[in-house]
Write a protein that binds this ligand. Structure first.
Ligand SMILES: [Zn+2]
Length: 295
């Protein structure tokens, strides 16, 4: 009996040809960015089968991802794939957005689904060479595709983004800089984040994003942690920093508001799955904040 709780993922670009029979595989199949799931009485399940045809559906593209291996050495193969939007779904299955599935799938399967959606998107969008237009070939020894005509190699796209908790010491206590994006639900604030530009270090990007969005200058940038964020292909790299100088002036095109918040006056915050929330929770733990509302 496969023990998901103890399982760790082993990434492989291709299935070994001579492996013995395995447990049925997990199939992370996507229609657009939505995952195919089997709703159960309480939780949804990722479909399991030895072959996609057992599921009654034919994916347009399939990639082997690797194995989940439990503490007893049992291995479950994992596949990603995408299903054409016009393909009818098998009875008893539906597609759901990944964000909504986090609580139901748990960390391990949610993490794999996030990996799968990025591999499936890369597979779908790199069937042809971006340089000469020839049909690409998927390589077996690494997660890459190579053009047989011009030799160009493509890898799954990752877009690094920095996210940063800027704190400010005041006589009344420590404050946290948070901003509201125009797209946020009403009342929600979060720490500053933005994509890294070509040629920038992560620290450069952190300084630039905070300055652009709020006009605040920062110092003492420290690494905090990172998180893959598959919406659609970010890698979030978290930092903390201290206020150096400046007063808040928001960049109105992107930001609706930005303020300094004390730990006991938190607004609505991002959900627990995000590193944004881990950074805010770090500030609250350091500064004795009370319970906060999640939206
Ligand atoms: Zn080419």
């Amino acid at each position: 009996m496969f023990d998901l709780q103890s399982a760790a993922f082993i990434s492989l670009a291709a299935a070994p040809g001579d492996e013995p029979e395995h447990e049925p595989a997990y199939w992370f199949l996507f229609q657009g960015d939505k995952l195919l799931v089997r709703p159960g009485p309480t939780l949804v399940a990722v479909p399991e089968a030895r072959d996609a045809s057992e599921l009654g559906i034919r994916p347009a593209h399939v990639q082997f991802m690797g194995y989940l291996q439990d503490a007893h050495g049992e291995r479950k193969p994992c596949y990603s794939g995408d299903v054409d939007p016009s393909t009818p779904l098998p009875d008893g299955m539906q597609v759901e957005g990944l964000r909504e599935l986090h609580a139901q799938l748990g960390d391990t399967l949610f993490g794999l689904a996030g990996r799968a959606v990025q591999i499936a998107a890369w597979d779908r969008t790199h069937q042809f060479c971006g340089q000469c237009g020839a049909h690409t070939q998927t390589l077996g020894h690494e997660r890459a595709k190579r053009c047989p005509e011009c030799g160009m190699t493509s890898y799954p796209r990752l877009s690094p983004a920095i996210i940063i908790a800027v704190t400010r010491r005041t006589e009344a206590g420590n404050l946290l800089l948070m901003a509201r994006n125009h797209r946020f639900p009403p009342g929600r604030y979060s720490v500053v984040a933005g994509f890294v530009e070509p040629g920038e270090s992560l620290e450069d990007a952190a300084r630039r994003e905070v300055r652009e969005e709020t006009a605040i200058r920062i110092k003492n940038i420290r690494y905090f942690g990172s998180q893959p964020w598959p919406f659609p292909n970010s890698l979030m790299i978290g930092f903390t920093a201290e206020y150096d100088c400046g007063e808040i002036v928001i960049e109105e095109a992107e930001i609706a508001d930005a303020r300094w918040f004390a730990a006991d006056e938190m607004p609505r915050l991002p959900p627990k799955i995000s590193i944004a929330r881990r950074l805010i929770d770090w500030f609250l733990a350091e500064n004795g904040g009370g319970p906060v509302q999640e939206w």
